[in-house]
Design a protein around this ligand. Structure first.
Ligand code: F6P
Length: 357
C-alpha cells in the first residue's frame, strides 16, 4: 500500500489538475494499491488536518479543467515558524498530520513561496516531491513552469483584441500583464501580440525613452501604439531607491498600479489619449492550452516515477527539453528572472521593440 498526499499551494493556474492527473495516473499504473490524500486548500489543510480521499475517478475528465480540485491558499513562508492565533506550531502540526496519515510522500504543486515551505518540510524529515507551477515562469531550476503558456495565450489575446480598437481610435493603449516581480509573461505576450513597447521589472525604464519611441511612431505616420507593461515594471528613478525609500514613496502613490501612473505621464508628455487594460486574473483562468497539458502530463508522470524509485527531495523541472530532478535545496529561495542581456531581448530590440532603457 502506498499513501501519497497531494497539495496545491499559492495562486492557482490552468494546469494544476492536469498535473495531478499525470501523477495519479502513473501511480495507479504502477501500484495495485494506492491511496491519495487530497490535502485541502494548500498548506492550510496540512496544518489543520483537512483532506479528502481521492480515487481514480476523481482524476477523470480533469485534464482540461482549470483551477484545482483540492483548492489552494496563500500561506506565506515567513509566517510558517510563527504560531497561529491559538498558539499552534504550524511546522509541528504539518509534520504531525504527515505522520498520523501515514503518508509515504507529499506531492506539492506550487511556486516560489511554496517551494520554500516544501524544502522546510524536507529538512524536517518529510518525503517531498514538487512540481513547478506558476503563470509567472519564475521558478529557478526549470526552463518552463506549467501554467505559463496558457497565461501567455490569454495575455496575447488581450493585446490582439486591443490592436483593432487602438488602430480605429488612434490611441495609445497600455496592457498590464501579471508576473509578480518578473517579466516573462509580459515579454512573451508582448512579442506575440506585437507590442511596440515592452516594460519589464528587470529593465527599469526611462520615461524619456518611452516618449521618444511613441513620438517616433507618430512621425512615421502610425496613429496608435501598444505598450505591454509588467505589473512589476519600475522606472529607473524608482529602481535607484533603497527598499525603504521605495516603500515610503509607494505609500503616497495615488495610482492603483504602474500603468495608470505611466498613462498619465504619457498624456502629459505627448498629448496623446491613453487607455489602460488590466486582464488581471483572467490570465490564470480557463482551461490549460495543449502545450501545458503536455508538459503537465509529462512532469506529473516524472514526479510519480521519482516516488516509485523513492527518490525524494526533488522538484521535477524541464531543462533543454528534458525532464530533470532538481534538488529542492537548490530551488528554494531563488528567483528566475529575465536576463536583460539574453538573446530574446536582443532579438526583440532587433524588431524595433522599445524596452524603455
Ligand atoms: O503568482 C501568480 C500571480 O498571478 C502573479 O502574477 C500575481 O502578482 C499574483 O499571483 C496575484 O496574486 P493574488 O491572486 O493573490 O492576488
Amino acid at each position: 500500500m502506498k499513501r501519497i498526499g497531494f497539495l496545491t499551494s499559492g495562486g492557482d493556474c490552468q494546469s494544476l489538475n492536469a498535473t495531478m492527473r499525470g501523477v495519479a495516473k502513473t501511480l495507479y499504473q504502477a501500484y495495485d494499491d494506492v491511496e491519495i490524500y487530497g490535502i485541502l486548500e494548500g498548506y492550510k489543510g496540512l496544518i489543520y488536518g483537512n483532506y479528502k480521499l481521492l480515487s481514480s475517478k476523481d482524476f477523470s475528465g480533469i485534464l482540461t479543467l482549470g483551477g484545482t480540485i483540492i483548492g489552494t491558499s496563500r500561506q506565506p513562508f515567513k509566517n510558517m515558524r510563527i504560531p497561529d492565533e491559538n498558539g499552534l506550531d504550524k511546522v509541528e502540526a504539518m509534520k504531525g498530520n504527515y505522520k498520523e496519515w501515514g503518508l509515504d510522500c507529499l506531492v506539492i504543486l506550487g511556486g516560489n513561496g511554496t517551494h520554500k515551505t516544501a524544502n522546510l518540510l524536507r529538512e524536517e524529515g518529510c518525503h517531498v516531491v514538487t512540481l513547478p507551477k506558476t503563470i509567472d515562469n519564475d521558478i529557478w531550476g526549470t526552463d518552463i513552469t506549467f501554467g505559463f503558456q496558457s497565461a501567455v495565450n490569454i495575455a496575447t489575446n488581450a493585446i490582439d483584441c486591443i490592436h483593432t480598437t487602438a488602430a480605429s481610435h488612434g490611441r495609445v493603449f497600455i496592457v498590464e500583464v501579471m508576473g509578480h516581480k518578473v517579466g516573462w509573461l509580459t515579454l512573451h505576450a508582448g512579442i506575440a501580440g506585437g507590442a511596440d513597447i515592452i516594460l519589464l521589472p528587470e529593465i527599469p525604464y526611462d520615461i524619456n525613452s518611452v516618449v521618444k519611441a511613441l513620438d517616433k511612431r507618430t512621425q512615421e505616420g502610425k496613429s496608435f501604439s501598444i505598450l505591454a507593461v509588467a505589473e512589476g515594471a519600475i522606472s529607473k528613478e524608482d529602481a535607484a531607491l533603497s527598499k525603504k525609500e521605495l516603500k515610503k514613496k509607494r505609500q503616497k502613490n495615488p495610482y492603483p498600479s504602474i500603468s495608470y501612473q505611466l498613462g498619465e505621464e504619457i498624456t502629459q508628455r505627448t498629448g496623446q489619449e491613453v487607455r489602460i487594460t488590466v486582464p488581471g486574473h483572467t490570465q490564470r483562468g480557463g482551461e490549460p492550452c495543449p502545450y501545458d497539458r503536455v508538459i503537465s502530463s509529462r512532469l506529473g508522470s516524472a514526479a510519480a516515477r521519482l516516488i516509485i524509485k523513492e527518490q525524494y527531495g526533488y522538484m521535477v523541472g524541464f531543462r533543454d527539453g528534458e525532464i530533470v530532478p532538481v534538488p529542492l535545496e537548490e530551488v528554494a529561495g531563488k528567483l528566475k528572472m529575465v536576463d536583460p542581456k539574453s538573446t530574446i531581448i536582443r532579438e526583440a530590440k532587433g524588431l524595433g521593440i522599445c524596452f524603455g532603457d
